[in-house]
Ligand binder design. Structure first.
Ligand code: FES
Length: 106
């Protein structure tokens, strides 16, 4: 079993490392929730609620967002340059080293 490391920027210059398995089909939203971050994920990871919105700051190139994710991101009042729905980011060895920040709610 291999783990992936994700860095969460909690404040400017302050990053917390969290780890998750890559062989359980988990997504980043699930890892963030399991790590204690206040993500509601009311749709359960279906790209329908956008409460799992994160901003990708750095790290490996991710697969492009799908149509469902893009449609949902368009409904947000403030879309940031690296905006993604964390439930649509699957944890794989390729996501190792990803740096994200939780987007402000609302
Ligand atoms: Fe609802 Fe990601 S958990 S859009």
């Amino acid at each position: 079993m291999s783990d992936v490391r994700i860095y969460v920027e909690e404040a400017p210059g302050q990053r917390r490392e969290i780890e998750g398995p890559t062989d359980m089909g988990l997504n980043l939203m699930e890892l963030l929730k399991a790590s204690g971050y206040p993500i509601q994920a009311t749709c359960g990871g279906m790209a329908l609620c956008a409460t799992c919105h994160v901003e990708v700051l750095a790290g490996p190139l991710l697969p492009e967002p799908g149509d469902d994710e893009l449609d949902m991101l368009e409904t947000l009042p403030a879309v940031l340059e690296g905006s993604r729905l964390s439930c649509q980011i699957r944890l794989t060895p390729h996501t190792d080293g990803l740096v994200v920040r939780l987007a402000p709610v609302g």
